[in-house]
Write a protein that binds this ligand. Structure first.
Ligand SMILES: *Cc1c(COP(=O)(O)O)cnc(C)c1O
Length: 463
């Protein structure tokens, strides 16, 4: 499989290089040059397979020829062996129509573990036997950071610098990052928003000199390998609910458009998906883009679902590219200079075939948390609640199963869950002593010079 950039001016690369590179050198994102195609018979043959075997079947076309089937199986076995549930991503039924796909059984209790546990192993695999040293730079609104840090802590050949917006991640989220004391882990609290952090990371990648000197790599969902790993659970869940004979809808609490883009990829590969519900909180740029063609960034409003407090959704570029059928360099450059753009008619019509969207406010979110409790005894987190509220409001036909992606364990957002439901979720035993552990992080202003100076002092430059 070869990958090309959404902006048309970077070299095509294979899977190994795309994984190690992250962002393309022209500022675009890598996407496969063709979508693998699964026939109904191929999908039917996934019935009854374990999560790991499903993962091998779904991902093999994307990693060939850089990994063999056995190598991929070994990596998946190791990555998903660390999950606390034998099904890795179990389905839970709420009522006749609605299901939750629990994606939070990994080591840091967030769905991002599903992709990042694999990505950490891919880095190690591809760096082994080379003298390369990767510097991973990431921005996190909470969950990416802890999942990425867990995935690479102590790994040889990799340093990680993780930027989070100071005071805007939950205490559990912050501690999950800052209590990892491995010497290759560097946490930076920036005096700014998540979008500021993300813009700084983008600027570092766009600085060819800095990026080349330290061999920067990404763990944000701009990294293709992450999205690829997320495609798996759409197949896994849909097959269990009747695919390929029955189409299934998914509702996805969305920030950077990574998780829901993985659903789009599954559909492009042939999985019968009735609808993808793009669920945002009041930071609703994606809802405005999909419902009115208006992709314009406002200011970020902090909410109880902080991992979705985003006004610029990096991965949306991948969808725009696929729907346009070619480079979106001009469109994206326009957006980058004015922070606003319109979707073309072709993009709007293409998106409308599969996507619907909704923006859920605090009342809608709290109501969904209470409904899940009352209806099925399920305590869900604020992000999941936004997905569930949008799923209920999407007006889907009664015979279509609707799967809401449960993206975080409720214990990560205990205060918000308790306020809405009166139930205080227990922190699972595997992260039980989090509040006794020592923290380590530095606070820096949100400026390019401050951050690059800090990294240059600590990272490994190319020999
Ligand atoms: C990251 C995250 C999201 C948003 O996922 P994207 O891939 O950025 O759209 C939603 N919920 C939780 C809990 C997250 O951590």
């Amino acid at each position: 499989m070869q990958y090309h950039s959404t902006r048309g001016a970077a070299p095509s690369l294979g899977f190994r290089d795309v994984t190690l590179t992250g962002l393309a050198s022209d500022g675009g994102l890598y996407v496969p040059t063709a979508w693998p195609s699964f026939s109904a018979a191929d999908i039917a043959s996934l019935r009854g397979l374990s999560y790991v075997e499903t993962a091998v079947r779904v991902m093999l076309p994307f990693v060939t020829p850089d990994l063999s089937e056995d190598e991929l199986r070994q990596l998946c076995t190791q990555a998903y062996g660390r999950f606390a549930h034998a099904a890795v991503t179990p389905l839970v039924q709420i009522d006749q129509q609605h299901w939750l796909l629990e994606l939070f059984h990994g080591p840091t209790l967030a769905f991002k573990d599903v992709a990042l546990q694999l990505l950490g192993l891919l880095f190690e695999k591809f760096l082994a036997g080379t003298n390369q040293h990767l510097t991973i730079v990431g921005a996190t609104s909470g969950d990416t950071g802890s999942a990425a840090i867990d995935a690479v802590a102590g790994r040889i050949g990799v340093d990680i610098f993780m930027l989070h917006p100071r005071g805007r991640v939950s205490d559990v989220q912050r501690r999950q990052m800052t209590t990892v004391l491995a010497p290759n882990v560097h946490n930076i609290a920036i005096e700014g928003s998540f979008d500021d952090a993300q813009a700084l990371v983008k600027a570092m990648f766009n600085d060819a000199d800095f990026s080349g000197r330290f061999q920067l790599s990404a763990v944000n969902s701009i990294n293709w390998a992450r999205l690829m790993a997320q495609v798996v659970y759409y197949f896994y869940a849909a097959v269990r609910l009747g695919a390929p004979d029955r189409a299934v809808a998914f509702s996805v609490p969305t920030g950077n458009f990574g998780d829901v883009f993985a659903g789009y990829v599954a559909a492009r590969m042939g999985l019968p998906i009735a609808k993808l519900v793009v669920a945002t909180n009041v930071n609703d740029i994606l809802h405005r883009a999909l419902s009115a063609g208006d992709y314009s960034a406002g200011t970020v409003t902090p909410t109880a679902a902080p991992s979705m407090d985003i006004q610029v959704s990096s991965n949306f570029e991948r969808l725009l590219f696929d729907l346009a059928g070619g480079s979106v360099a001009d469109q994206m450059r326009g957006f980058e200079s004015t922070r606003a753009m319109q979707l073309t008619n072709m993009q709007r019509e293409g998106a409308a075939k599969l996507f619907t969207s909704d923006a859920i406010d605090a009342d809608g979110m709290n109501e969904a948390m209470r409904w899940a409790c009352a209806e099925a005894g399920q305590v869900i987190d604020p992000h999941t609640a936004i997905g569930l509220a949008a799923a209920q409001r999407a007006g889907l036909a009664a015979d279509v199963p609707v799967v809401t992606l449960a993206t975080a364990h409720p214990a990560k957002f205990r205060d918000a869950v308790e306020r809405a439901t009166g139930v205080r979720p227990q922190v699972p035993g595997r992260i039980g002593d989090l509040f006794e552990r020592q923290e380590r992080y530095d606070t820096l202003p949100a400026t390019f010079d401050a951050i690059t100076g800090y990294i240059a002092e600590r990272a490994h430059a190319r020999p």
